[in-house]
Write a protein that binds this ligand. Structure first.
Ligand code: MF3
Ligand code: CO
Ligand code: CO
Length: 283
């Protein structure tokens, strides 16, 4: 861990009232986060700054995205905009990932790899997932873009998936559990007849790309880790128009597809648990 980030853990302790409540819940057998998962005010400011840049990158993609553009061009925009902001694209070389951003079209669930040969067609829906490192802090968010004239069913999938993220964020509050987030999302998605991807989920974030806890989007109420003020995590539901099942690309070992070839959508924000609920750090 970077020295300036480590120092903050020593200089800004967890508030006594929070620590006491965590200890009480631990005695009751609840799963509580380690102290390093509780970000301190200066950490949160750092992640917020990374979030500002991440948001500006996605805004820039939104301005330039158009029919006929290749996903490599999206990668170029993300890469150059991020560099200009003195920041780093976290995906590049992350566990061998070859590009700076993920671009997942239609039946691609996530981790679509940008390519010169992959063009956006009229009617496509594409997820652009961007993670920015700034001053050692990580912010992770993704949006759907609708390219040209999109069918009513695709538009609805995109909008209902955004609603799933919002519902998940409402369930993300202090002393609730990560399971409450997945419960709220899956209840809503299933009520609309959609499938909820199980194999991938949200995650703690901020000081590393993927930290604990795993945030499932399909879970039982009152299960999993307790949410404590200062925890920073992503919620990033992947919602399928058809079956929930997914397949991994056998050639690139990254891209995930729906098993039935139907469409999938995803929206993602980085949030911090506050004293009263949660706050989005990637607006
Ligand atoms: N941004 C993705 C997430 O939301 C992770 C992408 S990993 C990569 O967790 F290597 F594909 F970039
Ligand atoms: Co992401
Ligand atoms: Co993420």
């Amino acid at each position: 861990m970077l020295e300036h980030i480590k120092k903050i853990f020593e200089e800004e302790p967890i508030p006594t009232s929070v620590k006491e409540k965590m200890e009480e819940l631990k005695r009751q057998g609840k799963e509580v986060p380690d102290d390093e998962l509780i970000k301190r005010p200066s950490h949160i400011e750092g992640i917020r700054q990374a979030g500002f840049i991440n948001t500006a990158v996605l805004d820039e993609v939104g301005k330039q995205i158009h029919v006929g553009m290749s996903t490599q061009e999206i990668d170029d925009i993300v890469s150059s905009f991020t560099k200009n902001a003195n920041a780093i694209c976290a995906p590049l070389h992350y566990e061998g990932y070859p590009k700076s951003v993920c671009t997942s079209i239609n039946q691609e669930v996530c981790h679509g790899i940008p390519s010169r040969f992959k063009k956006l067609h009229d009617g496509d829906i594409v997820n652009v997932d961007c993670t920015t490192i700034y001053n050692g802090y990580y912010a992770d968010a993704s949006r759907m873009f609708m390219v040209g004239n999109v069918s009513e069913s695709r538009r609805k999938l995109v909008e209902e998936t955004k609603k799933c993220l919002e519902i998940g964020m409402k369930a993300a509050k202090p002393w609730a559990t990560v399971g409450d987030i997945g419960y709220a999302i899956s209840e809503y998605a299933h009520s609309k007849g959609y499938g909820v991807v199980r194999e991938l989920g949200g995650h703690g974030v901020g000081i590393d790309f993927h930290e604990d806890p795993f945030v499932s989007h399909i879970a039982k109420k009152n299960t999993g880790m307790v949410l404590v003020p200062g925890m920073v995590l992503t919620i990033e539901p992947m919602i399928n128009a058809g079956k929930a099942g997914v397949l991994l690309d056998a050639y690139n070992d990254w891209t995930v597809y729906t098993v039935d070839g139907k469409d999938s959508a995803q929206w993602e924000h980085t949030i911090v648990i506050t004293d009263t609920g949660c706050e989005v750090l990637t607006y």
